[in-house]
Design a protein around this ligand. Structure first.
Ligand code: HEM
Length: 314
C-alpha cells in the first residue's frame, strides 16, 4: 500500500553490507591505514591448546581430540589504535586460531562480555553514525529507542577494569552447534575462564595505571610462566534463542558447563604474525556450526575480510 498523498513516507531501511559496517567504523575511528578497522590495539601471542578428555563427546572437530598449536591476540574493542587500557566501558578481545595442520585452521573470536551491543548490521551502522555525530540528544534518543544496545555497557560498567588481559572471562557470545562423531548435536556458548582468576582494579588503581599497561603486565606475567585459560562450553537447551547476540540465555551462569580444554599462551609473537591473516568467526570446521539465524554472526566474517583487504592495501 502506498503512502497517502502528501504524507511523509517512512524511508525504507537499506540493508547494510559488510563494507558499510567497516565504513561506519572508519568514519568514527579514522581509517587506521595498515591496521584493523576494529580491535586495532592488540598483542599477538603464541601457545598451545590441549583438549579435555571428554571434548570429543561434544564435537568431532579435530582440535578437540588432539593438542594443537595456536596463534592468538588480545585486544581492546573499537578502532582506536590508542584505546586506553584502563577504560571500564570497553570490551577486551581474545581471538584464537587453532592450527589443525596441513594449512587448515579454525578460529574463535571472543570478548570480555557475554553480550554484543546491537542485534542487526543496520543497527551497527546506525549506532556508529549516531555516536560519531557527537550529538548528545541523538545519542540519548538512540539508546532510549534501542534498549538492547544498553546491555553490553551495563554489563561492563558493573564489572571492574581488568588488571590484565589474563584476568578476565571472555565469551563467544553467539550460540554454536556442536556435532560429535555419532551425529549427536549440542547447542553451546563458549566461555574462557582465566586460571589466574578475575583480576580487577579499583577506579583509583585504574586511574593510576594510565592508558598503556597491559603489554608490560603481560610480558612480566609470561616471564613467570604460561597464561592459561579453561575453554568451556555453556550447554544450551531446547528453546534457547540463537538469533540475538544482545541477549543471554535464561540463567546462563547457572547452566551446566563442559570443559573443552586448556588454552596455554606461552609467548608474545611478532605483530606481523597476527597481521598476516584475519581471525574469522566463521572459520569453523566439521563438528562446529555458527548460528545461521544470527545476522551479526553472519556478517562478521565478510566485514573482517573487508578490513583485512584494506589493511593489506598499499
Ligand atoms: C556486526 C558486528 C561486528 C563487526 C562489524 C565487527 C567488525 C570487526 C572488524 C572489522 C574487525 C577487524 C578484522 C581484521 O581486520 O582482521 C574485528 C575484530 C574483532 N572483533 Fe569484531 N565485529 C563485530 C562483532 C563482534 C563480536 C560479536 C565479537 C565477539 C563476540 C567481536 C570480537 C572481535 C575481536 C576480538 C576482534 C579482534 C580480532 C583480532 O585480534 O584480530 N566482534 N571486528
Amino acid at each position: 500500500m502506498g503512502a497517502a498523498p502528501g504524507a511523509m513516507a517512512e524511508p525504507a531501511k537499506v540493508p547494510a553490507g559488510p563494507a558499510d559496517l567497516v565504513n561506519a567504523l572508519n568514519d568514527v575511528f579514522g581509517k587506521n591505514a595498515g591496521q584493523r578497522a576494529a580491535h586495532t590495539k592488540g598483542i599477538c601471542l603464541s601457545g598451545t591448546f590441549t583438549p579435555a578428555a571428554d571434548a570429543p563427546k561434544l564435537s568431532k572437530a579435530p582440535h578437540f581430540s588432539k593438542p594443537v598449536p595456536i596463534t592468538a591476540r588480545f585486544s581492546l574493542g573499537g578502532g582506536n589504535a590508542k584505546a586506553p587500557d584502563n577504560a571500564q566501558d570497553n570490551v577486551r578481545g581474545f581471538a584464537i586460531r587453532f592450527d589443525l595442520g596441513d594449512g587448515a585452521s579454525t578460529d574463535l573470536v571472543t570478548i570480555s562480555a557475554p553480550v554484543f551491543f546491537v542485534q542487526t548490521p543496520e543497527q551497527f551502522v546506525e549506532l556508529l553514525e549516531t555516536v560519531g555525530s557527537g550529538d548528545q540528544d541523538k545519542i540519548k534518543a538512540f539508546f532510549e529507542s534501542h534498549p538492547a544496545s544498553t546491555r553490553q555497557k551495563a554489563w561492563l560498567t558493573s564489572h571492574p577494569v581488568p588488571a590484565s588481559f589474563a584476568g578476565v572471562d571472555y565469551w563467544g557470545v553467539h550460540g554454536f552447534t556442536f556435532t560429535n562423531a555419532a551425529g549427536e548435536t549440542t547447542l553451546v556458548k563458549y566461555k574462557l575462564i582465566p586460571e589466574a582468576g578475575e583480576l580487577g582494579l579499583t577506579p583509583e588503581e585504574a586511574e593510576a595505571k594510565g592508558p598503556d599497561f597491559y603489554a608490560e603486565e603481560l610480558k612480566d606475567r609470561l616471564a613467570k610462566g604460561p597464561v592459561v585459560f579453561d575453554l568451556t562450553a555453556i550447554i544450551g537447551k531446547d528453546g534457547d534463542q540463537t538469533t540475538d547476540p544482545t541477549l543471554r540465555w535464561d540463567d546462563e551462569d547457572g547452566r551446566p558447563t563442559a570443559p573443552l580444554g586448556k588454552i596455554s599462551i606461552d609467548a608474545i609473537a611478532p605483530d606481523a604474525t597476527c597481521n598476516a591473516f584475519s581471525f574469522l568467526p566463521g572459520n569453523v570446521v566439521d563438528g562446529i556450526a555458527g548460528p545461521a539465524s544470527d545476522p551479526i554472526f553472519q556478517i562478521r566474517s565478510p566485514a573482517y575480510l573487508v578490513s583485512f583487504t584494506r589493511r593489506l592495501a598499499p
